[in-house]
Write a protein that binds this ligand. Structure first.
Ligand code: SAM
Length: 290
């Protein structure tokens, strides 16, 4: 069976199985082998690696992963794709096709059972409707993670990589940068997919941080502060925190904490670096009486 990364082979398989794309599953299949090469290279896959692929589709990228990695687990939600994957991946002994919703899987258990709890590389052309829950789920799961290399909507990649003070900087930038070092490695046009998405795409590599950039006293409080700070972008940080539901922080306390860090009381959330958000949450943690 020829490799799939061309329009002709992809169309032939889709026709053979009379496959109907399901919009609700974010199905845009890659048909450009140069992009597949770039993803494998950005992920730094070697023959030692165990790779988790999210949403293999008809198995286009999975074939590349099987050729380059030691073992691959491919998790696909659409039951109509399973018989196709059994054909397109039939010649690879190192792949396991798992018919599941990635958001419902116990990823720590997968790592224990399939890879002796050693770090896993995640590679995916993600379904765009659930990019953020998938990425945050991977970081927050107790699955040992080596790195994540994913195709996402360009606008989302820009937000993940954004620096303080830019228009794209926000809660997603901080959450991703708390867990990893993001780097956009390729820009991908809509005509690299069938069907063509309405938006541009990027490959982004998220190399896992071993530790947060500074010690954090209360991770939950840190993320609640970050979310509250970007809820209303035009408000000052002190006002944003004061109005945040569920955060027992009055304006006085917020201003006091900002002052203790040498920050202006009228500063906006978008001006603070991740390190400064950590310092602010640590300072507030010390001042709060629960
Ligand atoms: N990897 C293939 C490719 O590059 O051609 C397909 C990528 S397509 C953008 C996204 C894939 O994720 C689809 O096959 C879709 O059915 C699958 N998918 C969508 N939601 C999923 C979920 N919750 N769990 C697992 N797979 C999912």
């Amino acid at each position: 069976m020829a490799t799939l990364g061309t329009p002709q082979h992809t169309i032939a398989i889709l026709q053979k199985y009379n496959f109907r794309f399901q919009k609700k599953f974010g199905q845009n299949f890659l048909i450009d082998s140069r992009i597949l090469d770039k993803i494998i290279k950005a992920a730094g896959i070697t023959q030692e690696d165990f790779v988790l692929e999210i949403g293999p589709g008809i198995g286009t990228m999975t074939q590349y992963l099987c050729e380059n990695a030691r073992a691959v687990a491919a998790v696909e939600i659409d039951r109509n794709l399973i018989p196709i994957l059994e054909e397109t991946l039939g010649m690879y002994p190192n792949v396991e096709i798992i018919h599941q919703d990635i958001l419902k899987m116990d990823l720590a258990q997968l790592a224990r059972e399939k890879n002796c709890n050693a770090p896993i590389k995640v590679v995916a052309n993600l379904p765009y409707y659930i990019t953020t829950p998938i990425i945050m789920g991977l970081f927050e799961s107790r699955m040992p993670l080596d790195g994540i290399t994913v195709m996402v909507q360009k606008e989302v990649a820009d937000r993940m990589q954004a620096s303080p003070g830019t228009k794209d900087y926000g809660a997603l930038s901080l959450a991703v940068q708390y867990y990893s070092y993001p780097k956009i490695t390729a820009h991908v046009p809509p005509n690299s997919f069938i069907p063509r998405p309405k938006v541009g795409s990027c490959v982004i590599h998220l190399s896992k941080r071993q530790e947060p950039p500074l010690p954090v006293s209360d991770e939950k409080l840190l993320f609640a502060i970050i979310r509250a700070s970007f809820q209303q972008r035009r408000k000052t940080l002190a006002n944003g925190l004061q109005n945040a539901p569920g955060l027992p922080i009055g304006k006085e306390l917020a201003m006091q904490a900002l002052e203790s860090l040498g920050l202006s009381p009228s500063i906006r959330g978008e001006a603070l670096s991740l390190e400064q958000f950590i310092q602010l949450s640590n300072a507030l943690k010390g001042m709060l009486v629960y």
